[in-house]
Write a protein that binds this ligand. Structure first.
Ligand SMILES: NC(=O)c1ccc[n+]([C@@H]2O[C@H](COP(=O)([O-])OP(=O)(O)OC[C@H]3O[C@@H](n4cnc5c(N)ncnc54)[C@H](O)[C@@H]3O)[C@@H](O)[C@H]2O)c1
Length: 256
């Protein structure tokens, strides 16, 4: 979902390509689900299917972690959870601040999935004085006047921006000047950051636009396959299949 723009090279210092890093959370999510079901081992094919990744790619990705699995047994689920968590830096606590506590910021603050993945919401910050001191998800909102002090006091290196687009760059600049080096930006704007600061952008409307593109293409293909009079090969196959029952030789709906 996130479309990233970082200043990091395509390959990280320990030789793990960025594309592999981007897939590690997908494996971790699938492995965590297996772990919760007390599944001890998993094959590369099963895990690849659960993560929505090609199994050859998965094996290649895991080779960067030095994890090759055991022939005929597969991968040890718990150990792989640990290995990937360690690789992603999730075995340590990451205090996060959210700036902009409106509809989205409040929803993010209430999202339990951060804490369970090692991201502790350390502070909530908003520019609206009327919100100062009001608790959201049990955490009192603090005013932007104190942003720098909040970052310093909490040792924050990850900031989440959920302000209107017009305020995002200014918020970003202040976060960076205060020592934040990673930003998750939900505001629909491109942020400029200095070298060494990572920005990940989340934009659900872009994801929907991509789906709309595919929907349009599918509709175009169907219309083409149906032909001008609906007699194309796909339409014919559909008609035939609709007229058949599940076993292919009995009409699905018996004539009255
Ligand atoms: N990425 C996505 O998929 C996605 C989805 C929904 C909304 N958004 C975006 O997220 C942002 C927030 O949306 P929302 O619906 O929560 O808006 P909202 O108006 O409910 O909340 C915005 C909050 O930001 C605060 N704010 C304004 N300027 C600020 C500043 N300089 N510093 C700190 N706080 C400031 C406001 O006081 C308000 O509480 C918008 O930019 C919106 O476009 C993105």
């Amino acid at each position: 979902m996130a479309t990233g723009r970082t200043h990091r090279p395509a390959t990280r210092s320990r030789g793990i390509p960025e594309a592999t890093v981007a897939r590690l959370p997908l494996y971790l999510r699938a492995l965590t689900a297996l772990s919760e079901r007390s599944v001890p081992t998993v094959s590369s094919e099963e895990l690849a299917a659960a993560a929505g990744v090609n199994s050859a790619k998965l094996r290649k990705d895991f080779s960067y972690l030095g994890s090759y699995g055991t022939r005929g047994v597969g991968y040890d689920v718990e150990y792989l959870v640990y290995q990937i968590s360690r690789e992603l830096g999730l075995t340590q606590d990451w205090p996060v601040v959210i700036v902009g506590i409106g509809n989205l910021g409040a929803a993010l603050a209430n999202y339990g999935g951060f804490a369970s993945r090692g991201f502790r919401v350390a502070a909530l910050i908003d520019a609206d004085p009327a919100m100062a001191g009001k608790p959201v998800a049990g955490i009192p909102v603090q005013h932007t006047d104190d942003l720098e002090k909040i970052i310093e006091d909490n040792g924050v290196s990850i900031g989440v921006i959920a302000t209107p687009a017009g305020a995002a760059q200014q918020v970003c600049d202040r976060l960076v000047a205060a020592g934040v080096t990673s930003i998750l930006n939900f505001a629909p704007t491109v942020l400029s950051v200095p070298e060494g600061v990572d920005v990940r952008k989340v934009d659900l409307s872009i994801e929907l636009q991509i789906l709309a593109f595919h929907e349009q293409r599918k509709a175009g293909e169907e219309a083409e396959a149906a032909g001008p009079d609906g007699s194309g090969p796909v339409a014919a196959a559909r008609k035939e299949s609709a007229e058949q029952g599940p076993d292919g030789d009995v009409p699905a709906v018996m004539p009255a």
